[in-house]
Design a protein. Structure first.
Length: 504
C-alpha cells in the first residue's frame, strides 16, 4: 500500500486510491477517538516552551509527500503540545470543550467544503443555517422566528450589530458619503465591564473609541441605569447624537448580567438601538433558575451569542440575531458586482452577504445542528445548569475557607476569588488589611499562584481585576467538570501558594 501521502498514478491529481483513503480515515479516526478518551487524563497545559513544537515536528516545507505513520505521529505531538480546553479542570477564559457530535459534524462540513454565501452556493447549508439561527433565537428566549447569521465569533457579531445600528440611526447615505459627512459625532453606551470587542469595533468602524461611553457599574458589576440616562442626556445637550446602548448578558470578567429590561426602557425612551452582547452568557437562559436574569432580552434589536462558548460546539461559530431583517439588509444590501447578482426568486434568492461583511463563509451551522439534534435541548440545558451550579459550589467552598476570599458572587458560571494567607487576615472584625501595601502584596502573590497553577498542568485558571484586586477567575463551561474537580482545583491553588507564602 502506498503511504507516502499521494497516489503514484498521476502526480498532478490530489485524489487518492480507495485503499489510501480508508487508511488515512482509519488512522485519523483512531487518533480522534484516542483523544476523546484520554483528554481528562492529559495535562491541561503541557510541559513545553516557545519553539518546542516545531523542534518536534519540523518546519521545512516538503517537496514530496510524507508517510502517513509519520504524519499521524506528528499530529499526536501537536495534540500533546496543546492546551486542552476539554479537560475537566480547564477554567480559563470562556472556552468549552467540543462535543464528539460537533467535532464529527465539522469533518462532514469540511469534506463538503460548501461556501455558504447564498442559497445557490450552498442550498442545503443555507437552509440549515437559517434553521439553526431560528433555533438559537428560540433557545435563549429572544424570538422564535429570529433572523440572523453565523459569524466567526462574538467580536464579529458585535461589530456587525454596531454597523447595522449605526446605519439604522444615521441613514444609509453614510455608506457612500462616509462618516466625515455626519452632522455630529455619534455615541454609544455600555458598562465599564463590557467586552473589549465593543470599543475595538467602534475603532474599526470609524466611530472612535472616545465615542464609547463606559458607564460605571453597581455593586454587582451591572450597568448603572441612572448614570446611563444621565450620560445620554448630557450628550444630547452637548449636541452629540447617541445611537446605541450595549447591554451585557454575562460579562467576561464576572458573568454579570446587566438589567436588560430597564436598559430596554431607556433605549425606547431615547429612540436608540439596543444590542445585547450575550456571546458568553445568553445560553444560560436555558437554566430555569437563571431565566429571570434575562428578562428584557426579548426587547433587544439585536443579540450576539457564541455556540462555541456555551453550547459546546467546536470553534468557530458565533451568531448575530436581529429583529428587523430589513434594517440589517439595508446596511449591507447594495450589490455592485456582476458575479454576485442574484437571478433566483423567493427563498432561492437569499444571500448572507446582504446581512454581514463576509462573502466566503464556511458551513458553521452543521456542528450546531448536529449537536442539538444528537443530544436534544433538555440534555444541553442540564449541562449548562450544572455548570452554573458548580460555580455556586466553588463560591460556597471559598466563602467557607480561611485562606480564600470571594471577590464576586457568581451570577452565572464565573467565580472570582483570591488566596489570602491566614497570616494576612487581620483584625478584630475578621476583615482583611486595607492598606495599599498589603493589597499590592496579595495581588503579586495571586499573580504568581495563577502562573504556577497554569503551568503545572493539573488545573487552569485565568485572571480578572475586581475593584483593584487581582482575582483568580474560574469560568466553568465544561460538561466534564465535577464537584471533585472543583475541590481539587482549590487544593492545587493551596499547594501553589505554599511555594510563595513564606516569602511574603
Amino acid at each position: 500500500m502506498n503511504t507516502t501521502g499521494h497516489s503514484s498514478a498521476r502526480l498532478s491529481s490530489l485524489d487518492i486510491s480507495p485503499e489510501e483513503l480508508r487508511e488515512l480515515s482509519s488512522r485519523v479516526n483512531e487518533l480522534v477517538l484516542e483523544y476523546f478518551s484520554e483528554v481528562s487524563q492529559l495535562p491541561v497545559f503541557p510541559e513545553t516552551f516557545g519553539g518546542d513544537t516545531l523542534e518536534q515536528v519540523g518546519s521545512t516545507l516538503p517537496a514530496e509527500g510524507e508517510p502517513v505513520d509519520q504524519l499521524i505521529n506528528h499530529c499526536r505531538t501537536i495534540i500533546n503540545k496543546s492546551r486542552h480546553n476539554g479537560h475537566p479542570r480547564f477554567f480559563g477564559y470562556v472556552a468549552s470543550p467540543a462535543t464528539p457530535a460537533g467535532a464529527f459534524a465539522d469533518l462532514i462540513a469540511s469534506a463538503l467544503n460548501a461556501n455558504v454565501t447564498s442559497w445557490r452556493s450552498g442550498p442545503a447549508a443555507t437552509e440549515i443555517e437559517r434553521t439553526v439561527v431560528r433555533w438559537l433565537g428560540s433557545l435563549i428566549g429572544y424570538d422564535k422566528e429570529a433572523r440572523g447569521l453565523l459569524t466567526s465569533g462574538g467580536s464579529m457579531a458585535n461589530m456587525t450589530a454596531l454597523l447595522i445600528a449605526h446605519r439604522a440611526k444615521a441613514g444609509n447615505s453614510t455608506s457612500r458619503k462616509g462618516l466625515w459627512q455626519t452632522d455630529a459625532p455619534m455615541t454609544l453606551y455600555a458598562s465599564a465591564q463590557v467586552h473589549l470587542s465593543i470599543p475595538k469595533a467602534a475603532d474599526m468602524l470609524g466611530f472612535g473609541r472616545d465615542q464609547v461611553r463606559l458607564i460605571a457599574c453597581d455593586d454587582q458589576f451591572r450597568l448603572n441605569v441612572k448614570l446611563l440616562r444621565e450620560h445620554i442626556a448630557a450628550d444630547l445637550q452637548a449636541g452629540l447624537k447617541p445611537f446605541c446602548i450595549v447591554g451585557s448578558a454575562g460579562t467576561t470578567n464576572t458573568g454579570a448580567v446587566d438589567p436588560l429590561f430597564e436598559i430596554a426602557g431607556v433605549a425606547k425612551e431615547f429612540e436608540l438601538w439596543f444590542h445585547v452582547d450575550g456571546a458568553y452568557g445568553a445560553p444560560a437562559a436555558l437554566d430555569g433558575t437563571k431565566r429571570p436574569l434575562f428578562v428584557g432580552l426579548e426587547r433587544a434589536d439585536s443579540v450576539s451569542l457564541d455556540p462555541h462558548k456555551w453550547l459546546y460546539a467546536p470553534l468557530d461559530c458565533g451568531c448575530l440575531l436581529f429583529r428587523d431583517e430589513a434594517r440589517a439588509r439595508a446596511a449591507f444590501g447594495e450589490e455592485d458586482a456582476d458575479y454576485i447578482k442574484v437571478l433566483e426568486e423567493a427563498d432561492e434568492a437569499f444571500a448572507f452577504w446582504n446581512y454581514g461583511p463576509e462573502l466566503s463563509r464556511r458551513f458553521r451551522a452543521l456542528k450546531i445542528w448536529l449537536t442539538l439534534r444528537y443530544y436534544g435541548t433538555r440534555r444541553i440545558a442540564a449541562a449548562i445548569t450544572e455548570d452554573n451550579a458548580l460555580a455556586a459550589y466553588l463560591a460556597e467552598l471559598v466563602e467557607g475557607a480561611e485562606d480564600f476570599e470571594l471577590l464576586s458572587q457568581p451570577q452565572l458560571s464565573i467565580c472570582c476569588f483570591r488566596y489570602v494567607p491566614p497570616a494576612m487576615r487581620l483584625s478584630s472584625d475578621g476583615g482583611l488589611h486595607k492598606g495599599e501595601a498589603i493589597e499590592g502584596e496579595l495581588n503579586k502573590l495571586n499573580e504568581k499562584i495563577m502562573y504556577l497553577v497554569q503551568r503545572g498542568g493539573r488545573a487552569y485558571l485565568s485572571s480578572a481585576t475586581i475593584q483593584g484586586k487581582f482575582a483568580l477567575r474560574a469560568c466553568i463551561t465544561n460538561f466534564r467538570t465535577t464537584r471533585a474537580d472543583i475541590e481539587q482545583t482549590l487544593e492545587i491553588v493551596r499547594q501553589a501558594a505554599r511555594q510563595f507564602e513564606f516569602g511574603i
